[in-house]
Design a protein around this ligand. Structure first.
Ligand code: NIG
Ligand code: FE
Length: 424
């Protein structure tokens, strides 16, 4: 007997190579022990629903997708940067503000000043906003501590969010996000010494399971390729996978660098070059597109989407939720931006927040598609076709969320009336 069975469902399985969206019309999906136990056409059920499962959800033709995955966020931080938003509207650039000591460093100050409890309280509403749109897995980076104990504080808050909220949290160590004031302009050995201090932290992060992957910001205003390479070598020695903020503001060879270390993903990539794209394809490195940052910074150079397609680089889509370049807590809005600003199809955008996002987090075997054996993280939507998830801005058609086989109570709009127990 399954624990539950969804009937009269339209399943956007997001499995590649089948119908658009991997769709199964008139579908059914059985769940047992938190996993997908069966899925297929309703007609292929071997007995009447009530004989197969303890609980039946009659979805009345509603669409079901995998739980959404936001594979790139910086959502644990203190303070805000609305003042810089005003400065940028007045003509200052992101890089200029950063060079003048604002930008990431101003969030570092606010994050250091916050204790773990207030950091948790400040971050929770951002996470809840994502979850209200069907996000069941989220990546959260550190990178606003820039000092061992402060980085650990941020990662611990990310872990606590995952332990207390019904969401899977992938924790990424981004100690190499910016050079902190203590090491700025050659102080205390400069960026070199700072990177060494972050490398020295890796064994502890691994041992205390505070990081699932390691990230860095490779850019003229952050770290150069040699410094990133040293960090990545040390991460590999600890068995930690890597990912990279690459080629966001300029072509720094970030795409090729990420590929050289078989990175799970390279992110932003507005200025990625042809050589780097080919290397990413070969390494199986996912391109994580972040249209929220492109939009907020009023970038004019879009990432080379056509070249990614041609080379066979898979594209994920994420919010980049952070206080500076992407103050965005809506993955659905980002799906829309990915289509409007970067020219993705709605199907590519949704794949980028499900199957391909799972790959970017190293979770392709367990998450990201509706397939037998995978974790039963799924979302029921009040939509007529999957493209609607990317079509609107500022409208949330979520009906209910099932995570690890359990229906989340209460979902913000749990309007599904058709839920019955026993035979419908
Ligand atoms: O992904 N590019 C670097 N890091 C973030 C921005 C962080 C910030 O501005 O606070 C990003 O855009
Ligand atoms: Fe980022």
């Amino acid at each position: 007997m399954w624990d539950s069975l969804l009937i009269n469902a339209r399943l956007a399985t997001m499995v590649e190579g089948k119908a658009p969206y991997g769709a199964v019309e008139s579908g059914a999906l059985g769940i047992a022990n938190g996993r997908i136990a069966w899925l297929g056409s309703l007609d292929d059920l071997t007995a009447r629903p009530g004989a197969l499962a303890k609980k039946i959800y009659d979805l009345d033709g509603r669409w079901v997708t995998p739980g959404l995955i936001d594979c790139h966020t910086h959502l644990v931080y203190g303070g805000d940067r609305a003042g810089e938003f005003e400065q940028r509207l007045g003509g200052a650039s992101y890089a200029e503000i950063a060079k003048a000591g604002g930008g990431i460093i101003s969030t570092v100050k606010a994050t250091r000043e916050a204790d773990a409890d207030s950091l948790f309280a400040a971050s929770l509403p951002r996470l809840q906003a994502l979850m209200a749109e069907g996000v069941t897995t989220v990546e959260i980076k550190s990178g606003y501590g820039l000092e061992p104990e402060q980085e650990i504080k941020q990662l611990s808050v990310a872990r606590r969010l995952g332990e207390t909220q019904p969401v899977t949290v992938h924790k990424t160590f981004l100690g190499a996000h910016a050079v902190p004031p203590e090491y700025k302009d050659g102080r205390n050995g400069g960026a070199e010494a700072y990177i060494q201090s972050m490398i020295a932290l890796l064994p502890r992060l691994k041992q205390e399971q505070l990081a699932d992957s390691v990230d860095a910001f490779c850019e003229t205003i952050a770290f150069d390729a040699d410094q990133v390479a040293r960090l990545f070598e040390a991460a590999a020695a600890e068995g930690l996978p890597v990912r990279l903020h690459a080629d966001q503001l300029s072509d720094g060879g970030g795409a090729a660098l990420a590929a050289r270390f078989k990175a799970l993903s390279a992110e932003h990539l507005e200025y990625a070059n042809e050589h780097g794209i080919k290397a990413m394809a070969k390494a199986g490195t996912v391109a994580v597109l972040l249209p929220g940052a492109f939009y907020t910074l009023k970038d004019e150079t879009a990432p080379p989407v056509a070249a990614f397609r041609k080379a066979g680089v898979e594209m994920a889509v994420a919010t980049d939720c952070n206080p500076g370049s992407s103050p965005v807590s809506s993955l659905l809005s980002v799906l829309n931006m990915a289509c409007i600003l970067f020219g993705l199809t709605p199907e590519e955008a949704l794949s980028g927040a499900t199957r391909i996002a799972a790959k970017a987090l190293g979770l392709a075997d367990s998450h990201g598609t509706l397939e037998i054996g995978k974790v039963a993280d799924l979302v029921v939507w009040d939509i007529e076709r999957p493209a609607e998830l990317a079509y609107r801005l500022g409208f949330n058609p979520l009906n209910l969320v099932i995570r690890g086989g359990k229906r989340l109570q209460p979902t913000p709009k749990a309007s599904l009336q058709a839920c019955t127990t026993g035979d419908p």
